[in-house]
Design a protein around this ligand. Structure first.
Ligand code: FES
Length: 113
């Protein structure tokens, strides 16, 4: 019986630790994107990966892979056109990652952060 109680208490503390770490990860995500003003986009590094992040005027965040689907260059934010533009061969993508202009034929992948 004592063994069962010890086993239960040990697993309970592990669950508490996991719950605490999940909360701190959420805070990290909020800090990461806090500086992104409405109507702006930026390629940023998050958890070791590059992310194309755009916050629309309503405050909704759109996060995409910044890797161009044509040949793998990294897109950059075009604030005037509100698009993601590839510097290598001129492909352009809208805020949802859909192709506006080729040579790319496939959109940018969506990323959940
Ligand atoms: S790599 Fe982006 S258009 Fe070619």
């Amino acid at each position: 019986m004592v063994f069962i109680i010890k086993y239960f208490l040990k697993n309970l503390s592990i669950l508490r630790l996991l719950k605490r770490n999940r909360r701190s990860l959420s805070i990290e995500k909020v800090d990461f994107l806090k500086g992104l003003q409405p109507g702006t986009g930026e390629v940023v590094k998050f958890e070791g990966k590059k992310v194309a992040a755009y916050r629309d005027d309503a405050g909704t965040l759109h996060t995409l892979s910044p890797t161009c689907t044509h040949a793998g260059c990294i897109v950059s934010w075009n604030g005037e056109e509100k698009s993601w533009d590839c510097p290598c061969h001129g492909a352009r993508y809208d805020i949802n990652g859909e192709v506006i202009t080729g040579p790319a034929t496939k959109g940018l992948a969506k990323i959940d952060v």
